[in-house]
Ligand binder design. Structure first.
Ligand SMILES: [Zn+2]
Ligand SMILES: [Zn+2]
Ligand SMILES: [Zn+2]
Length: 167
């Protein structure tokens, strides 16, 4: 324990709280997402073509959200919140493995029939032995797996059949 004398000899150590000053906050924060996120083609599909837009990441290739946001103080140019470094800098043109959307594998596009589920409702009538069962999507799966080429082709065909894109 300090004696009164020693405390008085060091006035800065007096147990009196300093007057509260509001913390200086950056005047302006600019928020940005990685280019692959903000410029994702699948995220900008018009409503009538959104059947091929990944429902999990809404076409962005990642559903990670705020983790990706990089905040820069526009006054000083200082990056105050870097966001996921791997998504921004290491991978740069695609989401990092931790943040990539597992439904569309980062492409933002999904099979127009099953929308990335890989299964479709069998559409059997009640009473049918298969009623309520899901069937493997015949558009994008082959054998026991997903056939990426088939899926890509289905997406391209779907887009080609619909009104010309705006990009
Ligand atoms: Zn990431
Ligand atoms: Zn996705
Ligand atoms: Zn499918």
């Amino acid at each position: 324990m300090d004696t009164i004398q020693t405390v008085l000899a060091q006035p800065e150590r007096l147990p009196i709280s300093a007057p509260w000053k509001p913390k200086k906050r950056p005047v302006r924060d600019a928020e940005a997402t990685p280019t692959w996120y903000s410029h994702a083609l699948a995220a900008r599909l018009p409503p009538e073509r959104q059947r091929v837009q990944c429902p999990r990441c809404f076409g962005h290739g990642s559903g990670a959200g705020r983790v990706l946001v990089r905040i820069t103080n526009t006054e000083t140019g200082e990056v105050t919140t870097p966001g996921c470094i791997a998504c921004w800098d290491s991978y740069a043109d695609r989401p990092c493995p931790a943040h990539i959307c597992h439904v569309c594998d980062g492409s933002g596009f999904v099979c127009p029939l099953c929308r990335g589920d890989r299964f479709v409702n069998g559409n059997f009538m009640p009473g049918h032995p298969e009623f309520g069962h899901a069937l493997k999507c015949h558009v994008c799966t082959e054998g026991n797996g997903v056939n990426e080429d088939l899926e890509k082709r289905a997406i391209t065909t779907y887009l080609a059949k619909h009104p010309a894109p705006q990009w």
